[in-house]
Design a protein around this ligand. Structure first.
Ligand SMILES: C[S@@+](CC[C@H](N)C(=O)[O-])C[C@H]1O[C@@H](n2cnc3c(N)ncnc32)[C@H](O)[C@@H]1O
Length: 228
């Protein structure tokens, strides 16, 4: 694994910026993909961050997500297939294996796999190169430490180990730091950006105490990139 890289950004208070980190993550995955794949699979495609960033002409793009609301927002054309599917379910992969892919992307989604080992195994059975970005446990590190709770995310070493069981690949751990004007903005960001996977990490009292005691005006994110 390469040394941790750091990137710093300022938070701007517009809706689009709630996804500032996911945008950067998807951009990095696409920028580093040099083989211009023709048949692309995107697991946890959401509203289409990856599809929107791919600039080369391709044959077919299959975006899979288990949220119909997200899929509704995904760009559509005759080369894009959007399908409902849950990457925790074997049935999804039983269907996906009937097609061939030149590359499988997954940006900012696989941290929510219930059994990442099993999901990675199933991805490996699709026999295609991968470009994955998975959030890891140092995301929101200071905030979680201040609140005295442990991360719901797997640590980078564990994710790296699981990936290494099924793929020969390069990994890179990237830290992002986002600065805010106020503590309220930080909590609004956590709520609206979807980075907490829709889970309420804190109760009301814990949240109040945290807003009082949180020592910085920034949030940190840790993302493991894996590609082959
Ligand atoms: C943070 S968003 C990232 C979306 C997009 N890949 C991006 O880079 O902006 C995570 C996405 O993963 C989807 N997701 C989470 N768990 C999933 C699962 N088990 N199966 C399919 N999609 C899932 C969510 O619905 C959401 O659209």
């Amino acid at each position: 694994m390469k040394a941790v890289q750091k990137e710093f950004s300022r938070f701007a208070d517009t809706y689009a910026h709630y996804n500032i980190i996911q945008n950067r993550v998807a951009q990095k995955l696409v920028d580093e993909c040099k083989d211009r794949p023709q048949r692309i699979l995107d697991l946890g495609c959401g509203s289409g961050t990856i599809a929107k960033k791919i600039a080369w002409p391709y044959e077919k793009f299959t975006g899979v997500d288990f949220s119909s609301q997200m899929l509704e927002l995904h760009p559509k054309d005759d080369k894009i297939v959007c399908r409902m599917g849950d990457f925790n379910e074997e049935t999804l992969f039983e269907e996906l294996v009937n097609d061939e892919y030149d590359r499988i992307f997954s940006a900012s989604s696989l941290q929510w796999a219930v059994d990442l080992d099993k999901t990675l195994y199933q991805i490996s059975q699709l026999n295609a190169p991968i470009s994955l970005a998975i959030f890891t446990s140092n995301t929101f590190k200071t905030l979680l430490e201040t609140a005295g709770i442990s991360s719901p995310l797997r640590c980078a070493d564990e994710v790296s180990y699981l990936l290494g069981q099924y793929f020969r690949l390069e990994t890179e751990l990237v830290e992002y730091e986002l600065e805010f004007e106020s503590i309220e903005e930080i909590f609004a960001y956590i709520k609206k950006s979807g980075v907490s996977g829709g889970r309420n990490l804190l109760g009301y009292t814990q949240m109040k105490a945290l807003m009082k005691n949180y020592p910085t005006k920034s949030l940190s994110f840790e993302v493991l990139f894996a590609r082959n």
